[in-house]
Design a binder for this molecule. Structure first.
Ligand SMILES: NC(=O)c1ccc[n+]([C@@H]2O[C@H](COP(=O)([O-])OP(=O)(O)OC[C@H]3O[C@@H](n4cnc5c(N)ncnc54)[C@H](OP(=O)(O)O)[C@@H]3O)[C@@H](O)[C@H]2O)c1
Length: 331
């Protein structure tokens, strides 16, 4: 196992490892093997979500490791998320309970509201689609009422921290103004082409840790979209960017390592997904080098505001009153 991964301290005093293991798009059989390899490699922070439909296999592997004494529960930082179908006050405890059951856990370390918008809560249909092909939205969403339920989950001990994902500045500020327990973390898309400076500033001012999702630009997403949704998308090739290639070469590291180092050195948690045993190890091996000021300056200017994960594959999503991404999206 590699040495301990540096962590950031959350506003509840608990430590969150700066590199986590992303699991979106990873299906059960490959994930079971890959999570074994990830734990062997030293990952102790795991990011999942009810809507990824892979919590059960994650729970199975973690239980095995805990039962065999290979890891202690308290050494794992486990994150899961309230699905859009549960983004209403009664949904919070219902879905956290389901996630805990799937994960075979008494508590998670961080529970996030996956997104600020809501779908109708239809059992067996995490993404309920109407006959016309559009999403069946629940537009009654009230973040303050939902946050109160999130706070109750902390009081009950079922989660050690609560946070947000995909919320924009206005939405975060409304929660902050009306909360008893402040969000510990915000999980957003963040990589060299989308650096989210405004949101990052709000988080820094409010002691909220930012987790960078799709930190490598989600290179597998195009194939996933085509297979699962029959939709062709053009993705920016972040790892093929000449500046990133040159910085990686200068430090004798891979492009992915240069990008992950940039994110962690900038004060973010990053959660790259890989089910490849070589790449998942590489993604953790970023603590033996440092980017210099010139590298950082060059990476900073790559920010073009290119968003990859706008959820628009879900037809009609932008009609929800809390759809968060009203900025110009380059595709
Ligand atoms: N909150 C949200 O709404 C939200 C949205 C998106 C993602 N997330 C979370 O963030 C995690 C990461 O985001 P993501 O999965 O979209 O994208 P990502 O981590 O940026 O990219 C994952 C892709 O990169 C490949 N890859 C991994 N390491 C690599 C390396 N060292 N060199 C080259 N390619 C590499 C992976 O393929 P292999 O597996 O074959 O290595 C996979 O196709 C997710 O898994 C999920 O946990 C959250």
């Amino acid at each position: 196992m590699t040495s301990k991964i540096p962590s950031f301290t959350l506003n509840n005093g608990r430590e969150m490892p700066s590199i986590g293991y992303g699991t979106w798009q990873a299906k059960d059989e490959e994930l079971e093997k890959a999570l074994e390899a990830a734990l062997e490699a030293g990952y102790r922070h795991i990011d999942t979500a009810y809507i990824y439909e892979n919590e059960k296999v994650i729970g199975k592997v973690l239980k095995r490791w805990i039962d065999e004494g290979r890891v202690k529960r308290e050494d794992i930082f486990l994150v899961t998320k309230l699905p859009p179908g549960g983004v209403h006050p009664e949904g919070v405890s219902k879905y956290l309970n389901r996630s805990l059951e799937n994960l075979q856990m008494d508590y998670v370390d961080l529970y996030l509201i996956h997104a600020p918008f809501a779908f109708k809560d239809v059992d067996g249909q995490p993404v309920p689609i109407k006959p016309d092909g559009t999403i069946d939205l629940d537009t009654s969403t009230d973040h303050v009422a939902i946050w109160k339920e999130m706070e109750k989950q902390m009081d009950s001990g079922k989660t050690k921290a609560i946070g947000l994902s995909n919320f924009n500045k206005t939405q975060i500020e409304r929660v902050l103004k009306n909360c008893k327990i402040r969000p510990s973390a915000l999980q957003i898309e963040l990589h060299p082409y989308l650096q989210q400076n405004e949101l990052v500033d709000v988080c820094k001012q409010n002691n909220i840790i930012v987790t960078a999702y799709s930190p490598l630009g989600s290179p597998g997403l195009a194939a996933f979209m085509e297979t699962n949704f029959g939709r062709k998308i053009n993705l920016p090739d972040i790892l093929g960017n000449p500046t990133i290639k040159a910085i990686a070469k200068k430090h004798s590291k891979t492009e992915a390592q240069a990008v992950l180092r940039f994110l962690v050195q900038s004060g973010f948690v990053a959660i790259p997904k890989s089910t490849n045993p070589v790449r998942l190890k590489q993604n953790l091996d970023i603590f033996d080098f440092e980017l210099d000021e010139e590298d950082i300056k060059q990476l900073k200017v790559l920010d073009e505001g290119i968003r990859i994960c706008d959820w628009k594959v879900v037809k009609g999503i932008e009609n929800h009153p809390e759809y968060p991404f009203k900025d110009v999206i380059k595709e």
